[in-house]
Design a protein around this ligand. Structure first.
Ligand code: HEM
Length: 81
């Protein structure tokens, strides 16, 4: 069961890319919501803010627009031409 789910998750190709992007998007929405909530009382939730902020770095890096990558460590999602 878990193996099949993992296999589907790391399918590769356009289907795999679509799944990865969709999964990343849902993780991103949840984490951004939590991160936003900590801002309401940043003083008391600063440790949570920093922790969740760190968790946000990978999905944000994956979901950022390809155009914004520049030349530094680029993993452009689509061709530039
Ligand atoms: C997408 C991720 C993040 C978002 C959207 C975000 C957003 C914000 C915003 C809007 C504030 C200003 C709050 C205010 O001045 O009232 C803030 C403050 C702060 N953030 Fe983040 N943050 C993110 C990630 C992080 C990470 C990864 C760290 C730690 C490495 C961090 C550390 C801090 C700290 C220390 C403050 C307080 C600064 C101060 O005392 O003025 N944040 N954040």
């Amino acid at each position: 069961m878990l193996r099949r789910r993992l296999a589907r998750l790391f399918l590769g190709g356009t289907a795999g890319n679509e799944r990865l992007t969709a999964n990343t998007a849902s993780v991103l929405i949840v984490l951004l919501a939590v991160e936003g909530a900590t801002l309401l009382s940043l003083r008391s939730f600063l440790p949570v803010h920093v922790f969740v902020g760190m968790l946000l770095i990978p999905p944000v890096a994956l979901k950022r627009p390809a155009r914004a990558t520049g030349s530094c460590a680029t993993t452009a999602e689509r061709p530039s031409t």
